[in-house]
Design a protein around this ligand. Structure first.
Ligand code: PLP
Length: 377
């Protein structure tokens, strides 16, 4: 079908980015999706059973499969604002008379936090450009505070750490929402933030977990996860004999998504993470060695820093021009314009290759294409 459309697969040396399709789907995950595709199911029952399965697997109180971490943020904020009260939930995104402030450290402002506002939340910034203190957070909490949202982008200088955020928020009875969408691996992160006491934690299914890109999960305390479920695509309410859907309806998960996510997560927690890391390291080393004799660039394997595609624990190849004839931007453009197109990223005149999504032997194609390009300069 791709050929019929004239769409060519690319080599992804950038990361599990939604704009590049997120992840590839392992056969056994696809098999679960196929199973779902052949039957009709009671969706609330499927969600309840899937949630129980995930909760048991990860030893968390409750779980809800959603159509992406961004949707997880919307539903989490909505759940904290409406607190499981259907008549309040039915008002959203209008929040007149409801506690609607969601606190975010100024240092955490990012392109995804806007999703919280879809629920009707009013974002209130906490702290300054370089630091958030305990007092900043303590002083920001008031009678309109619905939740604190914490984005895991560690290590991040000056940020009030999650344990402190949880301590302060909980001492005031305020729930904490954690966005850990792309913080896998390490696999331990699946439960780390929950164990620290976060009330709702969202992850993407379509990144390292290897589920369809339009999946994700909310893990957390039963009462709040139940409030998310109520707001979700498969429930509705009668208000004064008027049937109304909730704001989660456009965030629909198909039965194929739900079963696919469960199958992917089950597989994910059993993967040999040491071996995966060894493969990524091996691919990065291969590219660096292939370029070692080329005088036009200096290539090395690095641990990525803040601002790089997540997760930071996966090594990257950094390619630095060593001649005025070479620019990182030009290398990237030539990689993308070749066949198959190779997608990577640049920062400050350096080209970066992420081995996370490279399939078997694609590191060889990337290395030989780079050498070819360098030979023409
Ligand atoms: C990817 C990402 C999201 C969005 O996740 P989806 O699963 O694509 O909806 C939200 N927050 C952060 C920090 C992310 O990296």
């Amino acid at each position: 079908m791709l050929e019929e459309l004239g769409v060519k697969p690319i080599i992804n040396a950038n990361g599990t980015l939604t704009v590049l399709g997120g992840s590839t789907i392992p056969d056994e995950v696809f098999e679960a999706m196929r199973e779902a595709s052949k039957v009709y199911l009671d969706m609330p029952q499927l969600h309840a059973k899937a949630g129980e399965f995930i909760a048991k697997l990860l030893k968390v109180e409750s779980a809800y499969v959603v159509n992406g971490a961004a949707a997880g943020l919307v539903l989490s904020a909505a759940a904290c604002i409406s607190q499981g009260d259907p008549s309040k939930a039915a008002l959203l995104p209008k929040t007149q008379g409801l506690k609607n402030e969601v606190l975010i450290q100024k240092l955490h402002r990012n392109m995804y936090d806007h999703n919280l506002e879809l629920a009707g939340a009013k974002i209130v910034e906490v702290g300054g450009d370089h630091e958030t203190t305990e007092a900043d957070l303590e002083n920001a909490v008031n009678h309109n505070t619905a939740a604190v949202a914490h984005f895991v982008y560690d290590p991040q200088k000056g940020v009030l750490p999650l344990d402190k955020v949880i301590e302060i928020a909980h001492s005031r009875g305020i729930p904490v929402i954690v966005d850990a969408a792309a913080e896998l691996p390490p696999v331990e992160n699946l439960t780390k933030f929950y164990k620290m006491g976060a009330d709702l934690v969202v992850f993407s299914g379509g990144k390292d977990i290897g589920a369809p890109n339009d999946t994700g999960v909310i893990l957390g305390r039963k009462k709040l996860v139940d409030a998310c479920v109520m707001l979700g695509p498969h429930s509705y309410i009668d208000v004064n004999s008027n049937t109304k859907i909730f704001i989660g309806r456009p965030m629909k998960t198909s039965k194929e998504d739900v079963l696919g996510f469960v199958a992917a997560l089950k597989r994910y927690v059993e993967l040999d993470q040491v071996e995966r890391m060894r493969e990524w390291q091996g691919k990065a080393n291969y590219i660096v060695e292939a370029l070692a004799q080329n005088g036009l660039v200096k290539a090395r394997v690095i641990t990525p820093t803040k601002g790089s595609p997540r997760p930071l624990c996966i090594p990257r190849v950094e390619i630095e021009p060593a001649s005025p004839n070479v620019s990182a931007g030009e290398l990237l453009a030539k990689l993308r314009n070749g066949s198959p197109p190779i997608y990577a990223y640049t920062r400050e005149n350096r080209l970066y290759l992420n081995p996370h999504c490279l399939k078997k032997d694609e590191e060889k194609i990337v290395a030989s294409r780079l050498l070819e390009i360098l030979n023409t300069l």
